[in-house]
Design a protein around this ligand. Structure first.
Ligand SMILES: N[C@@H](CCC(=O)N[C@@H](CS)C(=O)NCC(=O)O)C(=O)O
Length: 210
Protein backbone atom coordinates (compact mmCIF):
# COMPACT_ATOMS: atom_id res chain seq x y z
CA UNK A 1 0.00 0.00 0.00
CA UNK A 2 1.38 3.43 -1.00
CA UNK A 3 0.11 6.88 -0.13
CA UNK A 4 1.08 9.50 -2.73
CA UNK A 5 1.68 12.70 -0.86
CA UNK A 6 3.23 16.17 -0.98
CA UNK A 7 4.18 17.21 2.49
CA UNK A 8 3.25 20.90 2.37
CA UNK A 9 -0.04 20.54 0.46
CA UNK A 10 -3.29 20.82 2.46
CA UNK A 11 -5.28 17.81 1.21
CA UNK A 12 -2.63 15.12 1.64
CA UNK A 13 -1.98 16.55 5.09
CA UNK A 14 -5.58 15.77 5.99
CA UNK A 15 -4.94 12.10 5.20
CA UNK A 16 -1.65 12.08 7.13
CA UNK A 17 -3.25 13.69 10.18
CA UNK A 18 -6.03 11.12 10.04
CA UNK A 19 -3.51 8.26 9.96
CA UNK A 20 -1.58 9.81 12.85
CA UNK A 21 -4.76 10.15 14.94
CA UNK A 22 -5.43 6.46 14.29
CA UNK A 23 -1.85 5.53 15.14
CA UNK A 24 -1.38 3.89 11.72
CA UNK A 25 2.27 4.09 10.73
CA UNK A 26 2.77 1.22 8.30
CA UNK A 27 1.79 3.01 5.07
CA UNK A 28 4.56 3.76 2.57
CA UNK A 29 4.53 7.48 1.86
CA UNK A 30 5.69 8.54 -1.61
CA UNK A 31 6.34 12.22 -2.25
CA UNK A 32 5.05 13.70 -5.51
CA UNK A 33 6.83 17.00 -6.07
CA UNK A 34 3.96 19.35 -6.90
CA UNK A 35 6.43 22.26 -6.78
CA UNK A 36 8.04 20.82 -9.92
CA UNK A 37 4.72 19.71 -11.48
CA UNK A 38 5.53 16.02 -11.01
CA UNK A 39 1.76 15.38 -10.72
CA UNK A 40 1.50 16.17 -14.44
CA UNK A 41 4.34 13.84 -15.46
CA UNK A 42 3.63 10.75 -17.60
CA UNK A 43 4.80 8.58 -14.70
CA UNK A 44 2.32 9.99 -12.22
CA UNK A 45 -0.51 10.24 -14.77
CA UNK A 46 -0.11 6.49 -15.26
CA UNK A 47 -0.67 6.05 -11.51
CA UNK A 48 -3.38 8.68 -11.09
CA UNK A 49 -4.87 10.24 -14.26
CA UNK A 50 -6.59 12.85 -12.04
CA UNK A 51 -3.08 14.25 -11.32
CA UNK A 52 -3.82 15.03 -7.66
CA UNK A 53 -2.64 13.96 -4.23
CA UNK A 54 -3.41 12.34 -1.91
CA UNK A 55 -3.88 9.05 -3.73
CA UNK A 56 -3.78 5.65 -2.09
CA UNK A 57 -2.63 2.67 -4.17
CA UNK A 58 -3.64 -0.66 -2.66
CA UNK A 59 -1.59 -3.80 -3.18
CA UNK A 60 -4.35 -5.28 -5.42
CA UNK A 61 -3.99 -2.35 -7.84
CA UNK A 62 -7.01 -0.34 -6.62
CA UNK A 63 -6.45 3.42 -6.55
CA UNK A 64 -8.39 5.52 -4.03
CA UNK A 65 -8.32 9.29 -4.46
CA UNK A 66 -10.15 12.03 -2.51
CA UNK A 67 -8.82 12.54 0.99
CA UNK A 68 -12.16 11.72 2.62
CA UNK A 69 -12.44 8.42 0.72
CA UNK A 70 -8.91 7.53 1.81
CA UNK A 71 -9.84 8.34 5.40
CA UNK A 72 -13.02 6.25 5.08
CA UNK A 73 -10.92 3.27 3.98
CA UNK A 74 -8.75 3.50 7.09
CA UNK A 75 -11.76 4.15 9.34
CA UNK A 76 -13.25 0.85 8.15
CA UNK A 77 -9.95 -1.01 8.47
CA UNK A 78 -9.28 0.33 11.94
CA UNK A 79 -12.41 1.72 13.62
CA UNK A 80 -10.63 2.84 16.78
CA UNK A 81 -10.47 5.65 17.66
CA UNK A 82 -13.61 6.54 15.70
CA UNK A 83 -12.99 9.70 13.67
CA UNK A 84 -16.11 9.64 11.49
CA UNK A 85 -18.84 9.27 14.12
CA UNK A 86 -19.97 6.45 16.40
CA UNK A 87 -23.67 6.13 15.64
CA UNK A 88 -26.21 7.25 13.04
CA UNK A 89 -26.58 10.76 14.43
CA UNK A 90 -22.85 11.38 14.89
CA UNK A 91 -22.02 9.98 11.45
CA UNK A 92 -24.54 12.35 9.86
CA UNK A 93 -23.21 15.33 11.84
CA UNK A 94 -19.61 14.53 10.92
CA UNK A 95 -20.62 14.25 7.26
CA UNK A 96 -22.56 17.52 7.48
CA UNK A 97 -19.66 19.48 8.98
CA UNK A 98 -17.12 17.79 6.79
CA UNK A 99 -19.05 18.91 3.69
CA UNK A 100 -19.63 22.40 5.07
CA UNK A 101 -15.95 22.87 5.81
CA UNK A 102 -14.95 21.61 2.38
CA UNK A 103 -17.60 23.43 0.33
CA UNK A 104 -17.85 26.67 2.32
CA UNK A 105 -14.26 26.82 3.52
CA UNK A 106 -11.67 24.84 1.57
CA UNK A 107 -13.06 25.57 -1.90
CA UNK A 108 -13.38 29.36 -1.44
CA UNK A 109 -9.95 29.42 0.25
CA UNK A 110 -8.64 27.64 -2.86
CA UNK A 111 -10.37 30.22 -5.06
CA UNK A 112 -8.58 33.03 -3.24
CA UNK A 113 -5.20 31.32 -3.26
CA UNK A 114 -5.14 29.97 -6.82
CA UNK A 115 -6.72 32.91 -8.62
CA UNK A 116 -4.00 35.30 -7.49
CA UNK A 117 -0.28 35.25 -8.16
CA UNK A 118 1.69 34.40 -11.29
CA UNK A 119 2.56 30.95 -10.00
CA UNK A 120 -0.98 29.71 -10.69
CA UNK A 121 -1.53 31.36 -14.08
CA UNK A 122 -3.44 28.73 -16.07
CA UNK A 123 -3.33 26.39 -13.07
CA UNK A 124 -6.25 27.92 -11.17
CA UNK A 125 -7.63 24.46 -10.41
CA UNK A 126 -5.84 21.24 -9.51
CA UNK A 127 -6.14 18.40 -12.00
CA UNK A 128 -5.13 17.40 -15.51
CA UNK A 129 -6.78 20.35 -17.29
CA UNK A 130 -5.34 23.89 -17.31
CA UNK A 131 -7.84 26.56 -16.30
CA UNK A 132 -7.14 30.31 -16.42
CA UNK A 133 -7.41 32.43 -13.30
CA UNK A 134 -10.57 34.46 -12.62
CA UNK A 135 -9.37 37.45 -10.55
CA UNK A 136 -12.92 38.19 -9.27
CA UNK A 137 -12.84 34.95 -7.31
CA UNK A 138 -10.02 36.23 -5.06
CA UNK A 139 -12.18 38.64 -3.06
CA UNK A 140 -15.29 36.51 -3.24
CA UNK A 141 -13.34 33.54 -1.83
CA UNK A 142 -11.94 35.73 0.95
CA UNK A 143 -15.41 37.02 1.88
CA UNK A 144 -16.82 33.49 1.92
CA UNK A 145 -14.03 32.13 4.13
CA UNK A 146 -14.36 35.10 6.50
CA UNK A 147 -18.08 34.43 6.77
CA UNK A 148 -17.48 30.73 7.36
CA UNK A 149 -14.96 31.41 10.15
CA UNK A 150 -17.87 33.12 11.92
CA UNK A 151 -20.00 29.99 11.44
CA UNK A 152 -17.22 27.86 12.94
CA UNK A 153 -16.76 30.27 15.83
CA UNK A 154 -20.46 30.06 16.65
CA UNK A 155 -20.43 26.26 16.49
CA UNK A 156 -17.35 26.01 18.69
CA UNK A 157 -19.05 28.27 21.19
CA UNK A 158 -21.53 25.48 21.89
CA UNK A 159 -19.47 22.37 21.09
CA UNK A 160 -15.92 21.45 22.14
CA UNK A 161 -15.20 20.03 18.69
CA UNK A 162 -16.53 20.91 15.23
CA UNK A 163 -19.05 18.11 14.64
CA UNK A 164 -19.56 16.15 17.86
CA UNK A 165 -18.29 16.08 21.43
CA UNK A 166 -15.17 14.17 20.31
CA UNK A 167 -12.38 14.95 17.83
CA UNK A 168 -13.29 13.87 14.27
CA UNK A 169 -12.24 14.27 10.65
CA UNK A 170 -14.29 17.50 10.61
CA UNK A 171 -11.77 18.98 13.07
CA UNK A 172 -8.90 17.87 10.85
CA UNK A 173 -10.43 19.50 7.77
CA UNK A 174 -11.31 22.69 9.67
CA UNK A 175 -7.78 22.93 11.09
CA UNK A 176 -6.23 22.48 7.66
CA UNK A 177 -8.66 25.05 6.25
CA UNK A 178 -7.51 27.67 8.76
CA UNK A 179 -3.84 27.02 8.08
CA UNK A 180 -4.48 27.07 4.33
CA UNK A 181 -6.50 30.32 4.56
CA UNK A 182 -3.51 31.79 6.42
CA UNK A 183 -1.48 31.40 3.21
CA UNK A 184 -3.77 34.12 1.80
CA UNK A 185 -3.47 36.15 5.02
CA UNK A 186 -7.00 35.26 6.13
CA UNK A 187 -6.69 34.99 9.92
CA UNK A 188 -9.07 34.14 12.75
CA UNK A 189 -10.34 37.49 14.09
CA UNK A 190 -9.19 38.24 17.68
CA UNK A 191 -12.77 38.38 18.91
CA UNK A 192 -13.53 34.82 17.77
CA UNK A 193 -12.59 33.37 21.17
CA UNK A 194 -14.18 29.94 20.70
CA UNK A 195 -12.46 29.38 17.36
CA UNK A 196 -9.14 30.64 18.75
CA UNK A 197 -9.42 28.26 21.73
CA UNK A 198 -10.23 25.27 19.51
CA UNK A 199 -7.46 26.18 17.00
CA UNK A 200 -4.78 26.39 19.71
CA UNK A 201 -5.82 23.11 21.31
CA UNK A 202 -5.92 21.34 17.93
CA UNK A 203 -2.50 22.77 17.11
CA UNK A 204 -1.13 21.08 20.23
CA UNK A 205 -2.14 17.60 19.04
CA UNK A 206 0.79 15.38 17.98
CA UNK A 207 -0.95 14.56 14.67
CA UNK A 208 -0.43 18.17 13.54
CA UNK A 209 3.34 17.59 13.36
CA UNK A 210 3.13 14.91 10.62
N1 LIG B 1 -10.80 16.93 -3.33
C1 LIG B 1 -9.46 16.43 -3.37
C2 LIG B 1 -8.54 17.59 -3.65
C3 LIG B 1 -7.11 17.12 -3.91
C4 LIG B 1 -6.22 18.29 -4.29
O1 LIG B 1 -6.67 19.35 -4.76
N2 LIG B 1 -4.91 18.10 -4.09
C5 LIG B 1 -3.96 19.12 -4.44
C6 LIG B 1 -2.95 19.28 -3.32
S1 LIG B 1 -3.69 20.02 -1.90
C7 LIG B 1 -3.22 18.70 -5.69
O2 LIG B 1 -2.99 17.54 -5.91
N3 LIG B 1 -2.83 19.67 -6.53
C8 LIG B 1 -2.19 19.40 -7.76
C9 LIG B 1 -2.15 20.62 -8.64
O3 LIG B 1 -2.36 21.71 -8.14
O4 LIG B 1 -1.92 20.45 -9.83
C10 LIG B 1 -9.13 15.73 -2.06
O5 LIG B 1 -9.81 16.01 -1.06
O6 LIG B 1 -8.23 14.90 -2.01
Amino acid sequence: MKLYDYDIAPNPRRARMFLAEKGIDNVDIVQVDLGNKEQLSDNFRAINPSCIVPALALDDGTLITESVAICRYFEELQPSPPLMGRDAKEKALVEMWQRRVELQGMLPAGDTFRNSGKRWTDRALAGPVNYAQIPELVNRGRARVEYFLGVLNEQLGVSEFVATETFTIADITAFILIEFAGWSKIEIPEEYGALQRWFQSTKARPSVKV
